[in-house]
Design a protein around this ligand. Structure first.
Ligand code: ADP
Length: 451
């Protein structure tokens, strides 16, 4: 409370400024610990205020503080409400956009929530699975499962497993082929939806692959028929050439003998190609079955090494082949025809992709519970880029030596399948440097022999 402002040091005035007030009462506007401002009462007269008025002014100031605070709170709440409203609108727009996208995709999308109820079933799902979305929505998946019969058992079991025990999900992707009763073949992929470790839903994507499967089947049948038909004339050509080479049709001059040998080796090569194609079609249709017999792998490897030694002489190439087998290797339970095919395929690659003067070594040794076969050459090697693809079907490298050699790019793909059918593994090592070559290794578990 100031009676005369002109005499109070706290009241600062600019030079030359006229102050119309003389006395003042000032009360801070306090709320809790916070000072919001001050309430000033000013009067032109000196000593216009008396002490008794002070408590009244203080009470008014308290009311002001509360009002001020309320209005600040109000605008804060209003701003927040506006923000939330905006967020909700964007979220609703996003949700309807996502729903529209999900509805319009060609793949079927089906979502189940944490309690296994179907919460989304788009138009494509209706079309592919021949169901009605309004019947499926909000239904427990298990009830609805009857539609698919047995085909969908593992798919539904996986969804149930994840919702019962979300921790059982190990990051795997579930992909399966459903063969429905209506003849359709549907590829389904399934993934769980987690949010901060909480299991929220599963999403299944369906794709109708009936047509692709039919085309594939026709293609395999066609390939199988054609390759089968090609074998008969080839056997006949090979047979007659061999007979002529034996001199049955009269003495051959050097040139005739050379030409017939070329025909013979090309027929053999053609035979390999046709057999590869036949094998692939057998593997695709599940008709390739192993014929397990007690097999002496060292003897098989010896036969393959001898065969290629002869072939290199016939081809006039200077190549060295050697076999290095650990003594007393056990006989294996394996399909000897297929095992020889794997060995031939690897040695043939070593032979084909190593320039003259090279070496191909076959090494047999025990490695843990398996017999390991290493086929090493000092040829062109395999670059890192090619190395990622060499076990793919029809893949062939682009080195001039590969381009000069007739091949289907099927040898390694078939070998891999055959090794895996035996329960083994196949891999290779190469620095990708010409002259340093490659080493292909595969294993066949010994355990099989004791079964
Ligand atoms: P193909 O020999 O008929 O081409 P493969 O499946 O046997 O088919 O081999 C695939 C490709 O892998 C070959 O084209 C070649 O590029 C590469 N490859 C395989 N073996 C060797 C090897 N020993 N040395 C270098 N490249 C190889």
């Amino acid at each position: 409370m100031v009676d005369n402002l002109a005499e109070d040091g706290r009241w600062t005035i600019q030079e030359g400024e006229q102050v119309p007030f003389s006395s003042l009462v000032a009360v801070p506007l306090v709320l809790g610990e916070e000072i919001l401002g001050a309430l000033l009462l000013l009067n032109e007269k000196r000593s216009a205020f008396i002490v008794e008025q002070l408590s009244l002014v203080e009470a008014t100031a308290r009311q002001f503080s509360i009002t001020l605070n309320n209005s600040e709170l109000f605008s804060l709440i209003r701003d927040q409400a506006e923000n939330l409203g905006g967020m909700l609108r964007t979220q609703q727009m996003e949700a309807s956009r996502s729903r529209a996208i999900l509805e319009s995709v060609a793949d079927g999308v089906l979502v189940t929530d944490a309690t296994n109820r179907i919460t989304l079933c788009n138009v494509s799902t209706e079309r592919i699975l021949e169901i009605k979305a309004d019947k499926a929505l909000n239904q427990p998946l298990d009830e609805f499962a009857g539609v698919f019969e047995k085909a969908s058992r593992t798919w539904i079991q996986t969804i149930q497993k994840w919702s019962k025990d979300p921790r059982s999900y190990q990051g795997e992707t579930f992909a399966e082929r459903l063969e429905l009763d209506n003849g359709k073949v549907v590829a389904v992929t399934l993934a769980p939806v987690f949010f901060r470790n909480e299991f929220l839903a599963t999403v299944s994507i369906f794709r109708d692959i009936t047509h692709e499967v039919q085309v594939d089947r026709l293609k395999s049948e066609f390939i199988a028929n054609v390759s089968h038909e090609l074998r008969t004339p080839m056997t006949s050509i090979k047979g007659y050439v061999e007979v002529m080479l034996m001199g049955v049709t009269g003495q051959l001059n050097a040139q005739q003998e050379r030409f017939l040998k070329i025909i013979k080796s090309n027929t053999e090569r053609l035979n390999v190609l046709v057999n590869d194609i036949l094998d692939v079609s057998r593997i695709e249709s599940g008709r390739l079955i192993l014929d397990y017999q007690e097999t002496d792998v060292s003897r098989l490897a010896g036969m393959v090494v001898d065969e290629f030694h002869r072939r290199s002489q016939d081809d006039g190439r200077q190549m060295e082949f050697s076999l290095d087998a650990e003594p007393d290797l056990p006989h294996m339970m394996a399909d000897p025809v297929r095992l020889r095919q794997i060995l031939s395929s690897l040695v043939s690659n070593g032979y084909n992709y190593t320039p003259n003067g090279g070496h191909v070594t076959v090494k047999l040794h025990l490695a843990g519970a398996a017999l390991q076969v290493d086929v090493k050459d000092d040829g062109i090697g395999i670059t890192e880029k090619d190395g990622r693809r060499i076990f793919e079907r029809f893949f062939r490298g682009d080195d001039p030596m590969v381009l000069q050699t007739a091949g289907t790019g099927l040898g390694l793909a078939i070998s891999k399948i055959l090794v895996e059918m035996h329960g083994g593994q196949i891999w290779f090592e190469s620095k990708g440097v010409h002259g340093e070559g490659s080493k292909f290794s595969f294993t066949i578990p010994v355990a099989k022999a004791e079964e």
